[in-house]
Design a protein around this ligand. Structure first.
Ligand SMILES: NC(=O)c1ncn([C@@H]2O[C@H](COP(=O)(O)O)[C@@H](O)[C@H]2O)c1NC=O
Length: 512
């Protein structure tokens, strides 16, 4: 009986020598390309050079090595078809039974900070995906291994039954098509960005499994956490967990929301999030002061909350944080003393994320039944050029500071959103209401006796003067809102009636 043939061509050479050595022991003859062949020969593994099979040299700096009918016919021939067998014999081609290929490191190449366009292009593998796809198509006859993780399974099956089962072959083939699709998706994404195509006719993105989750938003929902292949260092997908229970689906979602808000601040700031909305935001000269304010903003809702800080957590802050039940604390770092304090809480999750990292704007995706909505991230901040003050009174300096804080926070609150602040913290948050007056009612009620002298931020314009009237009656002294309603004048008149200074930003911050 003729020997089984394996074709081995790998960029990632980890474990390859041991695997191929074992294949040889299982009776395989091995064909290989330049670098792989050398690695095998250096380890005294017998190997046939690809050129001996193609009768053609590896040329064009390796751009053409395995792209040859002698290889692809060996991969694609259907063993049960007599004509295929005859054609192989006629052209003196040996069938290939096992393919071990992994691809040029495109992702690792573009991840390098100084990667040039030429580097990226040169790392697009052509011959590898062609072999993988051919072998995967013909998986009834060919075993195809793209991931070194699968070497062990293949070897075990070969040792146990001299063959790889059809179930394994099919599972490996499916993995190949996922792999090549993801590989091409990343190349497509890279080139689409390079040519600045903003509305491609197909939207191909790829994600890698980061971790399985115990369940989704509710225990009866299955869920998995996927990350972008090159996730931003400042994102929750790149967080390092130092301590605590495994993150849940809701934890990750809320942590993402908390991070987005805290990144709005340059001064020390702390954000507490519950169910995707900030319940308390505080800033200060120290992180301890900022946390104190975020806590005071709403001492009830912060219970069981997700807290993000933009400075190292020190011991003093940790001692305060320890007093209540928090799900997660996210910070750029924790001092050793803070860790000693917080790690006494077994379940408390402690995460480090580089919150100072300026994230690249990302496309934001919302899946809907039967489709996907794609939009730019709402990265708009506060632009002096677009603002106006249409009321008789201009905000005072303190009011400006408070208004800017309200504007930063309200952008991240579910619409309709109203946020009340003083200069250093939120005092009332009205989130996700179906009408704006309802959101204002909630924020005012929550602010209680702190409403007097506070300022209001609204994510979208006031369709009429009623919310401003509510604000005036409650003692709110200044408002920031986009403006743009046909009834803006009603709101302006109402603000003037109550001596409220009103800023119009010209920019809306709906969030659904
Ligand atoms: N062009 C070809 O014919 C070709 N055939 C195989 N490769 C790739 O070459 C790499 C292995 O190269 P080497 O054995 O020379 O180190 C593998 O990642 C494989 O996917 C090729 N390279 C790129 O397309």
């Amino acid at each position: 009986m003729s020997k089984k043939r394996a074709l081995v061509s790998v960029s990632n050479k980890e474990g390859i020598v041991e695997f191929v050595q074992a294949l040889v022991e299982q009776g395989f003859e091995v064909v290989s390309t330049g670098g792989t062949k050398k690695a095998l020969q250096d380890a005294d593994v017998p190997v046939i050079g690809i050129s001996e099979v193609t009768n053609f040299p590896e040329i064009l700096d390796g751009r053409v090595k395995t792209l040859h009918p002698n290889i692809h016919s060996g991969l694609l021939a259907m063993r049960e078809r007599a004509e295929h067998q005859e054609q192989l014999s006629e052209h003196n081609i040996t069938p290939i039974d096992l393919v071990v290929v992994n691809l040029y490191p495109f992702k690792e190449t573009i991840a390098k900070p100084n990667c040039t366009f030429e580097d990226a292009i040169e790392n697009i593998d052509i011959g590898g995906p062609s072999m993988l796809r051919a072998a995967a198509k013909n998986h009834n006859h060919v075993t195809v291994v793209v991931d070194p993780v699968d070497y062990a399974t293949v070897l075990t099956e070969l040792k146990d039954s001299q063959d790889v089962s059809i179930e394994t072959k099919r599972r490996l083939a499916a993995k190949v098509f996922r792999h090549t699709a993801a590989y091409d998706a990343l190349i497509a994404e890279y080139l689409t960005e390079a040519v600045e195509e903003t509305e491609p006719e197909t939207f191909t993105v790829t994600y890698e499994r980061k971790q399985g989750l115990r369940y989704g938003e509710n225990p009866h929902q299955q869920a998995t956490f996927y990350k972008k292949p090159l996730a931003d260092a400042g994102s929750i997908a790149s967080a390092t967990q130092l301590h605590g229970k495994e993150l849940s689906y809701n934890n990750i979602h809320d942590a993402d929301a908390a991070l987005a808000i805290v990144k709005e601040f340059t001064e020390p700031a702390v954000v507490a999030v519950k169910h995707m909305n900030p319940c308390g935001v505080g800033s200060g000269t120290t992180i301890e002061e900022a946390y104190g304010r975020a806590y005071e903003a709403d001492p009830v809702s912060i219970f069981g909350g997700i807290v993000a800080a933009n400075r190292e957590i020190d011991e003093a802050t940790a001692l305060k944080m320890k007093e209540i039940f928090l799900e997660i604390i996210i910070a750029p770092s924790f001092s050793q003393a803070a860790l000693d304090v917080l790690t006494t809480k077994k379940n408390l999750r402690l995460l480090t994320v580089d919150v100072t990292k300026q994230a690249k704007p990302e496309a934001m995706l919302t899946s809907i039944h039967g489709g996907l909505l794609v939009q730019d991230e709402d990265q708009f901040g506060f632009d002096e050029a677009t603002i106006s003050v249409p009321t008789k009174r201009e905000p005072t300096e303190e009011e400006w500071a408070a208004l800017k804080l309200a504007w930063k926070v309200v952008k991240h609150v579910k619409s309709n959103a109203i946020v009340l602040t003083n200069g250093q913290m939120t005092v009332g948050v009205g989130a996700g209401q179906m009408n704006r007056v309802g959101a204002a009612d909630i924020a005012i009620a929550q602010a209680n006796d702190r409403v007097q002298g506070s300022v209001m931020g609204s994510d979208a314009f006031f369709p009429m003067g009623d919310t401003v009237e509510l604000a005036g009656k409650a003692g709110i002294t200044a408002i920031i809102q986009p403006g743009g309603s046909i009834k803006d004048q009603d709101s302006i008149d109402m603000a003037d009636k109550y001596g409220i200074a009103m800023v119009m930003t010209g920019v809306r911050h709906f969030k659904h």
